[in-house]
Design a binder for this molecule. Structure first.
Ligand SMILES: Cc1ncc(COP(=O)(O)O)c(C=O)c1O
Length: 478
């Protein structure tokens, strides 16, 4: 039986809306999904009512140039080329400053797809990896395989990219990080040498500007030097941290990003656009030609159809919302949001450090930090303990962190996420931590204080400190 719209609406209100996650809440600080500015709701309605399809100009006449305009605006933010450059390439049918897509995952895949096709390009009688496939490419280029390198903090979308691009998940090579979760350049150099000695051809290097778990930034300038020296495509995954470039105060933290061959940005993260908007920018507008595809009924050769240079086919006109956000929030608005987020994270780190019940695990470089519950008794024990005792205590603290995080989520007043890190100070022992992402401007220090308080209360009610006292007794009695 078909339903009336009113009946379906009632069902949605009762069963779906009421059970949905309140991502806009100032105390929802666990993930990268945050509050939207109010104007996104009426503007989204316009976008949906128009139902433009970005794959071809015949269904997106005004939206196609608008999308190119947005790519140009963000290209300028990263690469800041001169007027002549943008005048020449912004609306060129054959060259592209970037590609819009549904999010950071597809943006990363697109970047590495273009990098792979350029590294294994057509030469002599070989028609290119895109046409002949991976096996023929490796045969022609006389290698046993291909690789992309990224720090061990790389986002899992890169591993998906390696999988779909046919180099295999093992083709994404993880490089050790330092105590601040940044790639170690000397470890990178030695991984590159190892790969080459095994006949594996590295073709891409990914730097991260804002790691998903800790918000740290790789030394991008150093990576750009290594990429140039080793002839690698240098991609920067700035899905999270990219908008830091709007901040006069903090943009230097991304120093070297302008040397990347490609850069991923996620508009549905720190550009405050609804879910489903990511993009990848290319320094050289000819790069995307390596993934060009055509068909007879649309995306014909020479047309301005965007679908000839994107992984996805039919796509919504999300660029309209990104354009609106860039115009309405503007450079200064984003600067304010970024500065506030970073400064709030610094203040929260201070608050955690000053509290005897908690331990800060990673210092914020952007607006993400991690910490764990570690009561006073555990602190002194950890300081004195070594070897097995320390290991067991950390295991116990891991169980407590998991318990507190789950209980807080179930209470429903606040939400922090949790992840597993391998901090240097614990000799790489797997350590469960609370992860906090501070992107909602309405999250105040008072809200953060309440979150800590609730975590302490959960620990007290569950008598978690008693477990630690038992460990103390065990260690004392040895
Ligand atoms: C650094 C980084 N890259 C890529 C992605 C993937 O983005 P999406 O979830 O939009 O596909 C994320 C998502 O959190 C991310 O943090």
């Amino acid at each position: 039986m078909p339903l009336f719209v009113s009946e379906q609406t009632q069902f949605l209100l009762d069963k779906v809306v009421s059970q949905s996650v309140h991502t806009a809440s100032p105390s929802f600080i666990g993930h990268m999904t945050s509050a939207l500015p109010y104007f996104m709701i009426p503007l989204s309605k316009i976008m949906i009512a128009l139902n433009q399809n970005m794959v071809k100009t015949e269904t997106s006449k005004a939206f196609t140039p608008l999308e190119r305009q947005v790519l140009g605006m963000l290209h300028r933010l990263v690469y800041n080329q001169d007027e002549g450059f943008y005048g020449r390439w912004l609306h060129d049918a054959h060259q592209h400053l970037g590609a819009f897509c549904s999010g950071g995952t597809v943006a990363n895949i697109t970047a590495l797809w273009a990098a792979r096709n350029r590294a294994f390009a057509a030469v002599d009688d070989f028609k290119g990896i895109g046409r002949e496939g991976v096996f023929a490419a490796f045969k022609h280029y006389q290698c046993e395989g291909a690789a992309v390198l990224v720090s061990e903090r790389g986002h899992y979308s890169l591993s998906k990219a390696a999988d779909v691009l046919g180099i295999g998940r093992n083709g994404l090579v993880a490089v050790e990080t330092d105590g601040r979760n940044r790639i170690r350049p000397e470890a990178l150099q030695s991984k590159l040498a190892q790969l080459r000695s095994k006949g594996i051809r590295p073709f891409g290097l990914v730097g991260i500007a804002g790691t998903t778990e800790t918000g740290h930034i790789d030394p991008l300038d150093t990576l750009a030097d290594i990429a140039a020296e080793q002839q690698l495509h240098f991609h920067v995954d700035a899905a999270w941290g990219g908008p830091t470039l709007f901040s006069e105060r903090y943009r230097d933290r991304l120093q070297g990003i302008e040397r990347a061959d490609s850069v991923t940005l996620d508009a549905h993260k720190q550009l405050y656009v609804p879910m489903g908007a990511g993009l990848v920018l290319f320094k050289d507008p000819a790069t995307l030609s390596s993934i060009e595809h055509h068909a007879q009924y649309i995306i014909r050769k020479g047309s301005k159809d965007l679908g000839s240079h994107t992984l996805e086919g039919s796509r919504p006109g999300m660029a309209m919302l990104v354009h609106s956000a860039l115009q309405i929030i503007g450079r200064r608005g984003y600067q304010l949001l970024i500065d506030q987020g970073i400064e709030k994270a610094t203040a929260f780190a201070e608050m955690i450090r000053a509290d005897q019940q908690f331990e800060l695990i990673t210092e914020p470089e952007l607006n993400i930090l991690t910490y764990r519950w570690r009561p006073k008794a555990a602190r002194s024990l950890l300081e004195g303990a070594a070897g097995e005792a320390r290991f067991r205590l950390n295991e116990l603290l891991n169980r407590c962190t998991r318990y507190i995080q789950k209980a807080q989520r179930e209470h429903g007043r606040a939400f922090v996420s949790r992840t597993r890190l391998t901090p240097e100070c614990y000799q790489g022992q797997a350590t469960l931590v609370f992860r906090v992402v501070l992107a909602n401007p309405l999250t105040t220090l008072a809200v953060l204080q309440d979150i800590l308080q609730e975590q302490c209360q959960i620990a007290t009610e569950a008598a978690l400190a008693d477990c630690i006292d038992e460990i103390r007794l065990l260690t004392d009695n040895r």
